[in-house]
Write a protein that binds this ligand. Structure first.
Ligand code: PLP
Length: 391
């Protein structure tokens, strides 16, 4: 089947947070948005068909997943990642960020230390702080255009602060790393040694570029599975974020029990039926679409890489190994954060995510979401080039 990812679908006036709320979010109206991590593509036809059928049925009463839902998940994770999950490991939540906040409350006490690796997806820090835990940062090291883990600092921070929980971003948003097995095992061994529970956010696992392999952290060693809350969702992969569905896997009974209790405490029980329907359809019948999408994204990445090297060589692409988000290094322009923001927002008229949001080490960077029709991406880069040429 042919999928037309070049087609521009007008998302304005659809209640999209990407397109409809610039003013409310402090940006000028009419700005070109390439920020939040959803895509400007329609979901796979199989998902749209399943949702249409459900919608036409017209009854939206309390719903729960049946056995076949678990089988679909088992097939997906076995076929994509060679990870074999047991049905009772599953806890469904409306989103990964909800699951992260739940894990923080369920598995740590107020004031306990929680470790993250900045620059990282900003709700990690927000989730720790809003739940009144202590934020501990193992800063990623940027060297020769790539990010690395400082393992010595990682272990020292755990020991010095008596860290109880580590939130791993794998693959990593925004720096685009797909952690190698060696890196994951080194982190896992340190966490096992010091009794640190790991929340492994693997929401971007379906977008991995050539020559890289995503390893499910919990799948690397039985002792890792015993300390891990693995957060997955079909929502990034198939563009379903507003349907609010995430599948959390926890093998350890005691951890799972605490996590489930915390979900109950928040008053959450059955899922949104549209989320269940879309998830099942996507994982059962969405793979061909996903493969076509991956090819398209490789083309978008190639476009961005070529444009930058030919027309904006001062701006460096941090080569992504996974995700549809690219992390650009603007430091050679020598601008302050305010000047960089002015360049992007007021001169280039682009709405990106400023690097500092992801942590202090993100200063001088911007994150761009490339999951859009190529012509939109081209337009964005042209606007950026014009703005830079006027500096
Ligand atoms: C690493 C990471 N985790 C979680 C999310 C959000 O997931 P959810 O909408 O399920 O909370 C995102 C979205 O960008 C993300 O990049």
């Amino acid at each position: 089947m042919d999928y037309n990812f070049d087609k521009i679908i007008d998302r304005r006036n659809t209640d999209s947070i990407k397109y409809d709320f610039a003013l409310r979010r402090g940006k000028p109206d009419g700005i070109l948005p390439l920020w939040v991590a959803d895509m400007d593509f329609q979901a796979p036809p199989a998902v749209i068909d399943a949702l249409t059928d459900k919608s036409l049925h017209g009854i939206f009463g309390y719903s729960e997943n049946r056995e076949d839902y678990i089988e679909v998940l088992q097939n997906w994770f076995a076929s994509q990642f060679d990870w074999h999950i047991e049905p009772n490991w599953l806890v469904k939540t409306p989103s990964v960020v909800y699951a992260i906040c739940t894990a923080i409350r369920a598995l740590t006490n107020k004031g306990d230390a929680v470790l993250i690796q900045q620059p990282v997806y900003y709700p990690f820090a927000e989730s720790v702080l809003i739940n009144e835990r202590m934020l501990v940062i193992n800063e990623l090291v940027y060297s020769n255009g790539r990010y690395f883990i400082d393992f010595e600092d990682f272990e020292n921070k755990i020991k010095q602060n008596n860290v109880k929980l580590f939130i791993l971003c794998s693959p990593h948003n925004p720096v685009g790393r797909v952690w190698t097995q060696d890196e994951l095992i080194r982190m896992g061994d340190i966490c096992t040694k010091h009794g640190v529970i790991v929340v492994s956010d693997e929401i971007h696992a379906d977008f991995i570029y050539e020559n890289h392999i995503h390893s499910v952290f919990a799948n690397l060693k039985p002792e890792f599975s015993d300390i891990t809350v693995t957060c997955t969702a079909p929502t990034k992969t198939f563009n379903l974020a507003a349907l609010q569905i995430s599948n959390i896997f926890i093998e350890n009974r005691a951890i799972r029990h605490k996590f489930k209790k915390e979900v109950s405490k928040s008053g959450y029980s059955q899922l949104n039926i549209m989320g269940i329907t879309a998830c099942k359809a996507a994982y059962s019948n969405g793979l061909e679409w996903l493969m076509a999408l991956r090819t398209y994204l490789v083309g978008n990445l190639e476009f961005a890489r070529t444009f930058l090297s030919e027309k904006l060589p001062q701006i460096k692409l941090v080569e992504p190994e996974g995700t549809y988000l690219i992390w650009l290094d603007f430091k050679e322009l020598g601008l302050s954060e305010a000047q960089l923001e002015d360049l992007i927002v007021n001169k280039a008229k682009l709405w990106l995510d400023a690097g500092e949001m992801f942590g202090a080490g993100g200063a001088g960077f911007q994150r761009i979401n490339i999951a859009c029709p190529r012509s939109i991406l081209e337009q964005a880069f042209i606007q950026l080039e014009e703005a830079v040429s006027q500096l």
